[in-house]
Each structure stands twice: as C-alpha cells, then as structure tokens.
Design a protein around this ligand. Structure first.
Ligand SMILES: CCCCCCCCCCCCCCCCCCCCCCCC(=O)SCCNC(=O)CCNC(=O)[C@H](O)C(C)(C)COP(=O)(O)OP(=O)(O)OC[C@H]1O[C@@H](n2cnc3c(N)ncnc32)[C@H](O)[C@@H]1OP(=O)(O)O
Ligand SMILES: NC(=O)C1=CN([C@@H]2O[C@H](COP(=O)(O)OP(=O)(O)OC[C@H]3O[C@@H](n4cnc5c(N)ncnc54)[C@H](OP(=O)(O)O)[C@@H]3O)[C@@H](O)[C@H]2O)C=CC1
Length: 515
C-alpha cells in the first residue's frame, strides 16, 4: 500500500486553480489514488457563461477523469466547489464558506495564478502576490492545517543562471508593491514596470518571485513548501500519455508548426529544453504535501521540478523529434508543410519571418480576397509572431537548477511510492514522450480524428508538389528577368544550353553507334 495515498485518505484538501492545467491533473491523481479522501474543496469562479456547478460537471465528465469514476464512483459528492475570485482582495469567499474552510482544511495546494507573460502588473500582482498573501492569512487561521504547498515556477529567478532551492529576494518588498498598486494609476504603473521587473523578461516571472517572498514572510507560523516546475507539458504516463488542454508553453507552438504556420524560430538548438510532464509535477507536489505534513521541516523547503539535470533534451533535438512525429501523425488541413528550423541569428530570423511567415500569409490573404472571402492569415501570423517573440527569451538560454531537496524526497519514498508517485524523469524517453505529446495535441486540442491521417498525408503531398512547382516557377521568372538585364547571365545561359545540346548530341551519337 502506498504511504502517500494512505496519508491523503480521510483528509479535507483545498485546491486553488483546480480548473487549470496542473490543478485538474493534481485533483484527478488524488481521487484515483486516495478515493477515501474526505473532500476536495476547490476555489472556482464562474467563467464563459458557466456556473461553478457546470464547470465542475464538465471537468468530472471529461476524458481526463474517466478512470476516476471506476475507483471513486461518488467523486461528485467528494468535490465541493466554493465561489471565489482571486482578483478581489478578500478572495470573495462567503462568510459561511470561509468558516467551513477554516475549520475543516487539512492540506492546501495553491496552484492558481495568472500565467500570461504580458499581463498588466496590477493584475499579475493581484493574482500572484496579493491573493497568495490572502490565502496564507486564511491558512494561518486553520487549526487543522498540516501543510500548505505553494506552486511557483522554476523561472521565478530566470535572471540568474544557476538557481538553488532557496528564495532569492527582490529589491522592492512585496508589501510595498501591493500597497503601491492600490493608489498608482495604470499609466504610472506602465512606466515603472520595466524598472521593477529589471532583468526578468515579463511580469509573470517577476510576480511569481514576489509571491515566493510573501510565502517566506508568512512561513514562521505555517508548515509550508514550494514546488517550482519548469515548462509544464502534456502528461507522460497518467492517467494516459499525451493529455493536454491548453496552448501554453510548447503546445501552441506544436500546433503552429504542425499546421505549417511557423517554420523557423529564433532559438538556440543547443539550449536545454527544460520541459516537465504535468503528471510528474502532480506526483512531486503530492509527495511534497505528504513529506511536509509528516516531517514538518524546520524551514520552508523548495523543490525544483525540472528535467535538465536528470535527463536533458535540447531545443534542436526536440524540433527534430516533433517534425518526425508530424510525419507519422500529421495535422489536418495544414497551411504549409511542417518544417522546424532553430536559428540563433537575428538577421536570419527576420529573413525567415519575411519570406516564410509573412509573405505566404499575404499571398494567402490575397487569394482569399480574390475569391470573395475575408482575409485573416496576416492578422493570425502577426499574433503568432508576437507570441513567439515572448517565448524567445526561454528558447535562447539554459539554466541550471539544483535539485538536492527533490532528490532527498525521492530517496525518502518507499519503492511503492516511487512507483505510484513517480517523479523520476531519468526514466523518460523523450522520443516517445514527444510523439505522444503531438498525438495528444491532435486529439485533445485540435479534436482531430486519427481516421483522417491518410487524408492529411495526401494533403501534405499535394502541398509538397505545390511547393516544388512554386519554387521552380519562381526560379524561372527570376532567371528570365536576369537574362533580360545582364550580359553575363546571358553568357552563362548560352554556355549551359550549348553544353546540354552537345552532351545530348554525343549521347545520341554513341547510342546509334552501339546499335
Ligand atoms: C521552428 C518552429 C518551432 C516549432 C518547432 C516545433 C516545436 C518544437 C518544440 C516545441 C518548442 C516549444 C517552445 C516552447 C517554448 C515555451 C517557453 C515557455 C517558457 C515558459 C517559462 C515559464 C513557464 C511558466 O511558469 S508559465 C506557463 C507558460 N505560460 C505561457 O505559456 C503563457 C503564454 N501566453 C501568453 O502569455 C499569452 O497568451 C500571449 C501573450 C502569448 C498572447 O496573448 P494575446 O492577448 O495576444 O492573445 P491570447 O488571447 O492569449 O491568444 C491569442 C491567440 O494565440 C493563441 N496562443 C496563446 N498562447 C499561445 C502559445 N503559447 N503558442 C501559440 N499560440 C498561443 C491563442 O489560442 C489565441 O488564438 P486564437 O486563434 O485567436 O484563439
Ligand atoms: N503551465 C506551465 O508551464 C507552468 C505553470 N506553473 C505554475 O503552475 C500553476 C498552475 O499553472 P497552470 O495550471 O498551467 O495554469 P492555468 O492557467 O491552466 O490555470 C490557472 C488557474 O488559476 C485560476 N485562476 C486564475 N485567475 C483566477 C481568479 N481570479 N480567481 C480564481 N481562480 C483563478 C484559473 O481559473 P479559471 O479556470 O477560472 O481561469 C485556473 O484554475 C501556476 O501557479 C503556475 O505559475 C509553473 C511553471 C510552468
């Protein structure tokens, strides 16, 4: 029997961000391995016209939760959705709900955050810093609380090259930042944002670092741990390989590359692609929850959930593997044939953007206009290139994360727990993982059926022929123009024609002689 699974039995667990990518996988694993847990409270807001109940219903009836129903048939009775909005200072939780949470919660997993890179600083601070502070305040009033697990990111200190499992201070205290957000207007905040974030690339990484400082400041009377995952990708093994439900991180780029929109990117082929499967993050997080509650470490332990130092993969190699996967699992109705070139040169990138990204989009929009349809490709391409430019920072650097605590935790687990809550990425086969990832993107994000693969392959063949035809035509036009303008080009042309004629004559003569 798994010690960790047994630990969560009978427990009341509070999860924030349970409707998000990681939160869902965490909740699924908890229900599947500890079906005897008492209740999972989730803080949810209504969204996209759906009530809390509708959102929970949708999650429980999704493909991800299929296996849960076999082991925990009454799962819907064990999940309690609590109305909350982390954008509001008091989290907008009602008095009654708050009372229930305070008196019943045993463990807190705080996953909620804004993960947008371009969020306005005010909003990013509200979600990633103030809401964390509010939640910690609530946690400090929970008499039964055994552990509070905060999910941060391995990139909260991406301004450093080597990152230890410690909290690094930011120059301005989080409390001062929170206070200033109350009275500064948006224009002033916009002006000071670059100064505040300093050598970090965006408000996301900056506010996640502030969030960690808040955790540290509140840690004296709480039993807290921080998990720092790197770039979270599709599931590796559980509940099944390749599950993914959003466009963040690599998933959006895999679609863009597979559909032939994105063919080159400014990225360093030899930089480490520190991807970590979402189920690995969930397993480590649950193991951390158990260890923190049972061992009550004297200080706040930080756990890096990264792959680079255990089993590194590099962007160049990953690009090849993704391309190889597209051969087997092509996406339907591709715009162009998939191609993936990582280049470190800014001029080459600009050339590719003009020739391989913008020009085909403009030509396609021209075709749409001619056929009486609304042009859309240029707009889409501009948005895609904007997204890519925001990810480039992470594609051109490598980081070293120390993993002493993560390795220590691995050694503390029984063989059964190491199996059930596996977070040992040394066992991960990248080629297999990437192939499942591409398959998952096709099935769960693009909702494409595998029955359409032969047709998609046919379509790619057609695109290849069009590509050859287009290039040949382009070459001939360019050559014709050159000949018209340059004597040298004409001389070369006559030389080639003359040479071919003589060669053919010789060939004909020698074959006549043989007969
Ligand atoms: C040579 C070809 C290259 C490809 C080769 C093949 C693949 C090779 C392997 C894969 C390479 C993958 C590289 C991945 C690099 C990832 C680096 C990530 C680093 C993360 C570090 C920190 C990790 C974390 O802690 S946080 C989690 C990460 N967070 C994110 O990823 C959020 C990023 N997204 C945003 O910040 C915003 O969405 C933004 C700013 C990009 C766009 O905002 P905007 O307001 O313009 O639009 P949206 O409404 O949000 O979306 C517009 C449009 O774009 C689609 N979209 C959204 N995100 C992505 C994305 N990541 N990639 C592609 N497309 C995206 C979105 O669906 C919308 O589409 P519509 O059709 O308009 O609906
Ligand atoms: N994805 C990644 O690559 C990485 C993620 N992380 C960290 O992991 C954690 C989870 O990320 P991930 O699951 O990918 O993110 P998602 O964007 O998928 O999920 C974010 C969650 O936060 C909730 N949330 C956001 N705003 C509010 C609000 N105002 N009130 C209530 N809930 C809110 C969302 O709810 P709703 O559904 O209503 O929007 C959602 O459940 C985050 O802390 C992130 O920083 C760390 C490293 C990498």
């Amino acid at each position: 029997m798994s010690t960790i699974a047994a630990f969560y039995s009978g427990k009341s667990i509070l999860i924030t961000g349970a409707t998000g990518f990681l939160g869902k996988v965490l909740m699924e694993k908890l229900f599947r391995t500890s079906p005897d847990l008492k209740v999972i409270y989730i803080l949810v807001r209504p969204k996209a016209g759906q009530t809390l109940q509708q959102r929970v219903f949708q999650i429980l009836n999704s493909k991800l939760f299929e296996k849960v129903k076999d082991v925990c048939p009454n799962v819907h009775e064990k999940i309690r959705a609590i109305y909350a909005d982390l954008n509001q200072n008091d989290l907008a939780i009602s008095k009654e709900d708050k009372q229930e949470l305070l008196s019943c919660t045993d463990i807190v997993f705080h996953c909620a955050a804004t993960v947008r890179f371009d969020d306005h600083l005010r909003h990013a601070v509200q979600l990633n810093v103030t809401a964390t502070q509010q939640l910690l305040l609530m946690a400090s009033q929970m008499p039964k609380l055994e552990a509070f697990i905060h999910i941060s990111t391995a990139f909260s200190n991406c301004n450093l090259k080597h990152i230890d499992e410690v909290i690094y201070p930011c120059p301005v205290e989080p409390k001062k930042i929170i206070d200033s957000m109350e009275w500064l207007d948006d224009a002033i905040i916009d002006e000071i944002t670059p100064k505040l974030i300093g050598d970090r690339p965006n408000t996301y990484t900056y506010t996640k670092a502030l969030g960690e400082m808040v955790v540290q400041q509140e840690s004296s009377n709480l039993n807290i741990a921080i998990v720092r995952p790197s770039i979270v990708g599709a599931t590796w093994q559980e509940p099944f390989p390749g599950w993914v439900d959003n466009l963040n991180g690599p998933s959006g780029l895999i679609i863009a590359a597979g559909k032939g929109f994105l063919r080159a990117i400014r990225g360093t082929p030899k930089a480490v692609a520190d991807l970590i499967p979402v189920d690995t993050v969930a397993n480590l997080t649950l193991a951390v929850g158990w260890y923190t509650a049972v061992n009550r470490p004297k200080s706040t332990l930080i756990y890096h959930c990264t792959s680079g130092n255990f089993n590194p993969c590099y962007w160049g190699k990953m690009g090849f593997q993704v391309l190889a996967a597209f051969e087997k699992i092509p996406f339907e109705r591709a715009f162009r044939r998939p191609y993936a070139d990582f280049t470190t040169n800014t001029i080459t990138t600009q050339y590719w953007n003009a020739v391989s990204h913008r020009a085909p989009a403009i030509i396609y929009d021209f075709y749409l206009r001619l056929t009486g349809r609304k042009p859309r490709m240029t707009k889409l391409m501009n948005r895609l290139l904007r997204t890519v430019s925001m990810l480039e920072y992470f594609l051109n650097r490598s980081w070293e994360w120390s993993t002493y605590n993560t390795e220590m935790l691995m050694s503390e687990l029984s063989p059964e727990d190491q199996r059930v809550f596996n977070f040992d990425v040394r066992q991960l086969n990248w080629l297999e993982y990437i192939e499942n990832y591409v398959l998952g993107v096709k099935k769960y994000l693009l909702k494409e059926d595998m029955a359409g693969v032969p047709k998609a392959k046919q379509h790619l063949k057609r695109l290849r022929n069009i590509h050859y035809l287009f290039n040949t035509a382009l070459f001939l036009i360019a050559w014709r123009l050159l000949i018209a303008r340059s004597q040298m080009a004409r001389n070369v042309w006559f030389f080639i024609v003359n040479f071919c004629y003589k060669f053919l004559s010789y060939f004909r003569a020698s074959s006549t002689l043989k007969v």
